[in-house]
Each structure stands twice: as C-alpha cells, then as structure tokens.
Design a protein around this ligand. Sequence first.
Ligand code: ATP
Ligand code: MG
Length: 507
Amino acid sequence: MAINVEEISSLIKEEIKGFKNELEVANDVGTVVTVGDGIVLIYGLKKGMLGELLVFNDEDYGMVMNLEEESVYAVLLKNSNKIKEGDKVKRTGKVVEVPVGDALLGRVIDSLGNPLDGRGKVEYTKTAPIERIAPGVIARESVNEPIETGILAIDSLIPIGKGQRELIIGDRQTGKTAIAIDTIINQKGKDVYCIYVAIGQKNSTVASIYEKLKTSGTMDYTVIVNASASEITPLQWLAPFSGVTMAEKWCQEGKNVLIVFDDLSKHAIAYRTLSLLLKRNPGREAYPGDIFYLHSRLLERCVKLDKKRGGGSITALPIVETLAGDISAYIPTNVISITDGQIFLTTGLFNRGQRPAIDIGLSVSRVGSSAQYKIIKKASASLKMEISNYHDLAAFNQFGSDIDASTKVILKHGSVLEEILKQNQYESLKTSEEAIYLFAAKNNFLDDLEIKDVKPFLSSLYRYINDFHNELIEEIDNNHILSDEKINELVEAIASFKKEQSLGNGN
Ligand code: ATP
Ligand code: MG
C-alpha cells in the first residue's frame, strides 16, 4: 500500500491539535470564590465556554452560565454542600449532555438522565448536547397529519397536527394536565413516542401520573422527565431542554414524537430565580430580558421535518398556568405568540361541569385544520359557528324574555352540542366514535332528546352501527375518509336506529 506523506502529516497535525486542546482544557483550572443557593462564582477558567460542564473535587458537576472578564458564574447540577471556597474547578471541554435513545422508554428520569424510578441505571449508549440550533425553514414541511387526542372537542374544533406546537393554558385545576395525559394515552399503537416533562410539580402528582401510564401500558412508548418542586432550580430550568433533546434524537430517525412541558410558567419562575441569583438584570415582572428567547428557542426545536430528512416530527403541548384567567400577563402572551395556537381552559366552565373546560371562542389552532382527518372535518364543518350562535342567544335568553320557536330550536341544538363535547378524563374516543357522534348531532337526530339521554343514546347508536354496519366503522378508523355515498349510508343508518328507538319508547 502506497503511503501518502501529505495525508499522514495532516493526520499527525490533527492529533497534535487535539492533544493541545485537551492539554489546554486540563491546565485551565479555576478556584471557587463564593458558593451559595446552587450558584458558584469561580475565578479563572479563562477559556470556559457557555454551557460547559465543570467538575468540582472530581465528584460534583456544574454548568457555566455567565462569562465575565476574570471569573465565571456556574450553577450546580446536584444539591451538594461539599463545595467550599478555595476548591479547584476543572473544565471538561464539553457542553452538558443528556442520554438519548430507546433505553429511556418506560423510565422516570431527572433532567440529566439519572433514574428516579428505582429501577437501576438507564442503559443508554448515546448522549446529545442539551442546546442545539433548531432546524431552519428549508428543513421543515407544513403540518399535514393529525395527532389524535381522542378528545372530541379538540379533534373537531381545535385540531392539532404532527409537528405543531399547541399551548394548553388556563388557571390552576382546570384540567390542563388531564388533556395532555389523555393525549399521551391515546397514542397507544399509533407509533408515536411520548415525553412528559414535569417542571416544578409535586412528586406525588408525578407518581400518580406514572402509575396511571404504567397500568394503561402507556409507559412502553413514554419517558417521564421529572424536575419536581423539591429539586434544585438549575435542574428545573434544564428539564424541558433535556426533554426536547431526547425528542430530537427520535425525530432525526424519522419518528413521530409528542412532548408535553408541564408547565412553562414554573419553568419561567425557575429561570427568573437563577437569573436573579446570577445578578442578571430583572425586567418586566422581574423576569430576565431573554425569557422570550428561552421559550422560543425551546419550542422552535419542535418541528415537522421534510421527507428528505426522514419526515420525523416533534409535536409540543406546552402548558401555561394563568392567574384569574389573565392571558395577557407576560409569560402567557410570550408563549401564545411562540406557539401555533392555544387551548384555553376556564374555571367557570370547569365548575359548571363543562369538562374539558375549553373556551371555544378563545381557543384556536392556526395550522392544524389542514392536517385534520377529512371525515372529522366534514362532520364538524359548522360546529364552531353553531356553538357561538348558541352562546350569543343563551346570554340574551338570561334576561328571561319570551323566546320564539326558532330561537328555542337553536338553543336546544346548542345545548346538545355542548353535551356531546363533554368528556370524562381517560375516556378517549376513536375517530369512528367522534365521526358518528358529530354526524348524529349535525343531522339534528339528538335535538328532541332530553340532555341526560344524549350520551346513552350515542353509546347505543355506536354499538348498533358497529353491529350492523361494521364496514363503515372500519373504513373510518383505517382510512379516515368516507365517500359521499357512504356518508349517506351512515346518516341513513343513524336515522333507522333513531326510528327503532322512538318506536321502542312508544313515541
Ligand atoms: P394544576 O393547575 O394543579 O396543574 P390542572 O389544570 O393540570 O391542575 P388537572 O390536574 O388536569 O388540572 O385536573 C384537575 C382535576 O380535574 C383533577 O382531579 C382531574 O381528575 C379533574 N378533571 C380533569 N379533566 C376532567 C374531565 N374531562 N372530566 C372530569 N374530571 C376532570
Ligand atoms: Mg397540572
């Protein structure tokens, strides 16, 4: 074999350069000046990088946050009280990385990939840096496939597409987490990887979510990243970035990923705490000036990639908590403007028993309708308008004035629609159920029923169609579309069931 001198010399040069770098990193040692609240001021580390992993006394880890002329500020990545003034700090030359890949499935981990479920070490083979530049517009494709939430109100009125970022926003205890968890459970058998990132939650809440996901077989395709309220602030701030890094790995392999950030208000508070401790300038509501950039660079990483890049997607459901329904506060407006729509939940609706408590008027999905299944799109075409008409009239009707017959019809139809949009937690609907419910309502088959009879009627209707027109149900669930003739057939089937029922009741 001929030896190419030039090739060899360039290889040697590369090696020497690498060695020089390593030597430089090894010689660049800093000294702890002050330590407290998880923040360390370090003198030295002349060439430290932003986000670089640091080692204290060979056992504790930290991350560079502020670069100053003579010193750097770092945050600790573990709650440690061993670090003291004068300790030596070493660089690693690497930014902070987290484990990625299939070994994470079924696990509950902290922001750095350490196990929290008592099931031993996570046997990962690959890691990836927590910060990465989001794919540009050229790499992206428009959203064209729905993510099925199994929640009728969302799938029909606020459809979400794979690769979309849809905010779930509302006051505390309005069912925000319930929507996200139901959506995760509904991905069973649909080849979607799920990541639930819990930020600043109670450990007991996360534990009960884990139990629920485990017993329903959902953990087989799910990871929980938990940075609870009792965790140190830096880990709460890191959690969503760790989660999205894990999602990116699968997305690059052409897979579909669903990630839930529960919730970004607590994330913003963690970042505000860190920033104030790092002596960065406070701005509006004492949040640091780059809080918008923090959330936008996180959510920009959620994409629908084009075919050339494997066609993978990351769908994000960030959650934001409001105070007294104020969606014009700082963090809510930021995240609303970053995402592609929002599902707005209100305490009023929740307490009235309208659950999920979605305010149809204020909720929107800016891109999802192009991804909605044709059959659902057809069945829910006029739904939003009918509901808002009903709300207008219902508000007027509160004055107790006499109402004419046509108004009565609209009011009754509206209350039927509200009823079919009520759905309990953990009771996901299949596409065929959603379509049949919507067609029954759309064609006014429910308007003469008492409200309490609507749900039982729909259940037996579905059973009837399943028994006698199973091919329609199969076609809806497999192809998500019906030809006009088949839709007529379906409507006729609903009509004949309705007739049977009326006869049975002696009407
Ligand atoms: P928090 O602000 O505390 O995080 P949250 O907005 O995430 O609350 P959840 O924890 O999801 O709200 O729900 C609050 C309560 O309402 C829970 O007890 C849950 O079981 C119940 N709930 C949520 N959605 C529904 C629903 N569709 N039907 C019936 N109950 C529901
Ligand atoms: Mg919650």
